[in-house]
Design a protein around this ligand. Structure first.
Ligand SMILES: NC(=O)c1ccc[n+]([C@@H]2O[C@H](COP(=O)([O-])OP(=O)(O)OC[C@H]3O[C@@H](n4cnc5c(N)ncnc54)[C@H](OP(=O)(O)O)[C@@H]3O)[C@@H](O)[C@H]2O)c1
Length: 199
């Protein structure tokens, strides 16, 4: 399959690319580096990506920014980060991409454990995660041309403990390799409308 991994240079994305590249043609897309540069917060950029990369069988999104902050200090502007990037950015990859990717192709998006298991400072990210997961379940029953869609909701990664560990005290970190398997299951399998919780 020809697979584009948006966010493919990141912690999760690079593990996904590593897992897929022996058996698939993988295009690594990210905002500033990789094989192809795309900004998921720009409709123009997303459309251009699909025009520039024809014949795609699977789109995997391992990206999406959110602001972490206490609810009583969270401003609407800070909350917009998660709305624009993690929620709308990923949803727009699907809304636009459904008209471009190959028949029988798939989308796999990324949520996160905070949608089920709240942490302090996590309400904005949790909002986006829950929105992405609900969108996926709903979109799955309407996608045309045999297109499939799933979402992976990872626990905090072992590889990200230094960066995020303080937010996730008492959680049981999972390896990037285990998380990457869920993306493989989504893209290479036959399921649709699934939320793969890697907790
Ligand atoms: N790491 C964890 O423990 C964990 C756990 C659960 C859920 N998640 C979720 O998984 C996703 C990825 O996390 P990560 O830790 O792997 O992130 P990461 O290491 O920071 O990587 C982010 C990736 O997204 C790309 N990116 C950033 N902004 C973009 C944009 N506007 N358009 C296109 N690409 C963009 C980055 O490219 P550039 O470097 O070029 O900007 C990079 O490839 C996030 O949604 C995160 O919330 C992560």
């Amino acid at each position: 399959m020809k697979i584009v991994v948006v966010g493919g240079t990141g912690t999760i994305g690079s593990a996904v690319v590593e897992k897929l590249k022996s058996e698939h043609e993988v295009i690594v897309a990210s905002k500033s580096t990789g094989d192809y540069k795309v900004d998921i917060t720009s409709l123009v950029s997303i459309k251009q990506m699909y025009k520039d990369l024809p014949d795609i069988d699977a789109v995997i999104s391992t990206t999406g920014a959110s602001h972490f902050g206490n609810l009583n200090e969270l401003t609407p502007e800070q909350n917009e980060i998660a709305i624009e990037s993690k929620l709308k950015g990923q949803v727009n990859l699907v809304l636009i991409g459904q008209n471009y990717i190959n028949e029988g192709g798939s989308f796999t998006l990324t949520a996160g454990i905070m949608m089920d298991d709240p942490i302090l400072k996590g309400s904005s990210a949790a909002m986006a995660n829950g929105g992405v997961a609900s969108f996926v379940k709903s979109a799955a029953i309407e996608l045309q041309r045999g297109l499939r869609i799933n979402v992976v909701s990872p626990n905090v990664l072992k590889e990200s403990e230094e960066k995020y560990g303080a937010f996730f005290k008492g959680f049981n970190p999972v390896t990037a390799d285990k998380v990457a398997n869920a993306y493989l299951k989504s893209a290479a399998g036959a399921q649709t409308g699934q939320v793969y919780r890697v907790y």
